[in-house]
Design a protein around this ligand. Structure first.
Ligand code: GCB
Length: 606
């Protein structure tokens, strides 16, 4: 009997417990099986089995879990271990899904790195041949998913949903799901490491399971045929597999129709004149698509958005976009959003007499466009191709392009979304031109029913609105901060005098910081008076340029950003018309609201 009853296990030849200490390529095995836009499924009308709630959670500053393959360890009490570990899969620390870890505990506020989410769930299969998918609404930035100790897929991009088929790794009874989420900022990612918003980390949108039949409907689209004067509708369907058959489509009150499907794809155009969707009358139709035992149901509005010369036309009529930019940011919750939060945002936009929001600078929660469809608000949605992206890198392009296509796939049936934004304030280099023209081409390939734009800078050499990318755009977006970063508004006068455009332009940003409650003298930086006067002056000038067909200043609410560190800002961008509490309105709110009311009246809207 050995001393003290300690029985030694046999030596395991070939096993080197120190090997992982010297392996810096530890992340490579997880850069495969990356899911993207082609793996997306429409969830319209589907039921998700929620996996939200408290998950076991640890931060992993050194990537030990990937290096040591924590996920392969059979969970069990420490007393039963034969080899020491650094991870016990236990519930000693928990966090909610969805949440951003930065706002959960003060000591996690500035954490940037990997973190492990673990939970058990029970599963019992239903129909024979059933297929089960995990859907993650968004995880910032890279996610790697492990089921029962096996790596099942990864995803890049912090703001779009992704789907992983769980397939053969799913067990009857109890399963263990682990998700590694890494929010490190990196120069080659999208966005890169320099942004003017807070880099929240975590699984911050809903997580659930989807059970689908062996052949299911991956996606469908229903929209007006561009140029048909609202008299033709196109419906397309994509199935999970290359089978033939007929999909039944019903547009409530208008048309039941048969849609032939060949090798999993079908598209038809029919003469149909639905009542058109518009901000004044946001009419939505119930649309159902059925194939064998699967069905999708959605509420779809039919509208046409186009440009003609310098004008933007909605359903053939001239429209001026009275806009406001907004971030997805909350003092208490970070990037987590709720229906109530979105409804408040839209109520504030309506109180401003706005008809348009720029959802900056990344895809917002999908609920936003659904609610905008109901509320009759027009939207610009964009991908975070922000500032100094690594435009020369093909891998960076494929990351950006995938995020763009995921956003388009997700929201293609939302009438409210009229513009895809492919970038923000990027220097006009050859590499950027090729990269962003590529993104514009992807928009056109995926979606003929919306306009493409980007928030551009001015050409400083000629002091003109001139960007080589504009050939690839339908609308030119312009960010200008005359009256703030460039104190004289003469710059804007000169800019307009020097520019002549053959397409419409939207001022996609302008504004000034103001501390809520601090009036300040006219011209005093960070005072409410200056911010308010700036809005009036900007609008006086902007309304004089015929090609300016939209004004979308920066920004609805003050928001967290660690770049801003004066005693007034303290980690916040203060250009909001409303303070970060989302309640306290600054003077400029009333100013813009009055100006937008006048503009709406002139446009014949009440
Ligand atoms: C910009 C950026 C935006 C910033 C804003 C500012 O041009 O597009 O993300 O937050 O200016 O406040 O400087």
């Amino acid at each position: 009997m050995p001393a003290g009853g300690w029985s030694e296990p046999a030596l395991q030849p070939g096993h080197d417990p120190f090997q992982h200490l010297h392996d810096e390529s530890y992340a490579a095995p997880f850069a495969v099986d990356r899911v993207g836009w082609r793996d997306m499924l429409s969830v319209a009308g589907r039921t998700l089995e929620s996996l939200d709630g408290d998950w076991n959670f640890v931060l992993d500053l050194h990537d030990e879990g990937l290096r040591q393959r924590w996920y392969e360890d059979e969970p069990g009490p420490i007393a039963g271990w034969r080899v020491p570990r650094d991870y016990d899969d236990g519930d000693w620390q928990r966090t909610a899904v969805p949440s951003c870890w930065n706002v959960v505990r003060p000591e996690w506020t500035y954490f940037e790195g990997g973190a492990w989410y673990t939970r058990a769930f029970d599963f019992a299969s239903g129909q024979p041949g059933e297929r089960v998918f995990l859907r993650i609404g968004a995880a910032n930035y890279e996610a790697r998913v492990f089921l029962n100790g096996v790596f099942v897929g990864s995803h890049r991009g912090g703001s779009t949903p992704f789907f992983i088929e769980l397939g053969p790794h799913l067990r009857q009874g109890q399963n263990r799901l682990q998700i590694h989420v890494d929010n490190r900022r990196r120069p080659e990612r999208v966005p890169m490491n320099h942004t003017d918003w807070f880099n929240y980390g975590g699984i911050y949108r809903e997580v659930g399971l989807l059970r689908l039949p062996p052949v299911f409907i991956r996606d469908f689209g229903a929209a007006l045929v561009p140029g048909s004067a609202g008299k033709r509708v196109a419906v397309d369907v994509t199935l999970s597999d290359a089978v033939d058959g007929v999909a039944e489509v019903e547009i409530a009150g208008l048309a039941p129709l048969d849609l032939p499907v060949t090798a999993g794809l079908g598209r038809i155009e029919i003469d149909l004149a639905p009542e058109l969707w518009s901000p004044a009358r946001p009419r939505l139709y119930d649309v159902g698509v059925r194939f064998r035992e699967d069905e999708l149901r959605d509420r779809v509005g039919f509208r046409e958005i186009a440009v003609a010369g310098q004008r933007i036309l909605l359903n053939g009529e001239d429209i001026f976009l009275r806009g406001i930019c907004v971030h997805e940011d909350d003092q208490a919750l970070g990037k987590v959003t709720s229906e109530a939060d979105i409804r408040r945002r839209f109520a504030d936009a309506k109180a401003l007499n706005a008809n348009f929001l720029r959802l900056s600078h990344y895809p917002h929660h999908e609920m936003a466009a659904r609610i905008a469809d109901e509320e009759g608000l027009l939207l610009w949605q964009e991908v975070p191709v922000y500032w100094a992206i690594d435009f020369a890198s093909p891998d960076t392009f494929s990351d950006a392009d995938n995020q763009l296509r995921e956003m388009i796939r997700r929201d293609r049936n939302r009438a409210s979304v009229i513009i895809w934004g492919v970038g923000n304030e990027n220097a006009d280099t050859d590499a950027r031109l090729a990269f962003m023209s590529g993104l514009a081409a992807s928009c056109r390939e995926m979606d003929a029913t919306r306009l493409v734009s980007a928030a551009c800078l001015i050409n400083r050499e000629h002091f003109r609105i001139e960007d080589r990318l504009s050939d690839a755009l339908d609308i030119i977006g312009l960010n200008e901060y005359f009256g703030w970063y460039e104190p004289s508004l003469d710059g804007l006068r000169r800019l307009f005098a020097n520019s002549d455009l053959d397409k419409p332009l939207i001022i996609t940003e302008t504004g000034a910081d103001a501390v809520a409650g601090h009036d300040g003298a006219p011209g005093e930086l960070f005072g409410e008076t200056h911010q308010s006067q700036l809005y009036d002056r900007q609008l006086d000038l902007v309304e004089s340029a015929p090609y300016v067909r939209g004004f979308c200043p920066w920004v609805l609410y003050d928001f967290r950003t660690e770049r801003r560190q004066t005693g007034l800002q303290r980690g916040y961008n203060l250009k909001g018309l409303i303070a970060a509490d989302k309640t306290t309105r600054k003077k400029a709110f009333a100013t813009l609201s009055a100006r937008y009311a006048e503009l709406a009246q002139r446009q014949g809207e009440t």
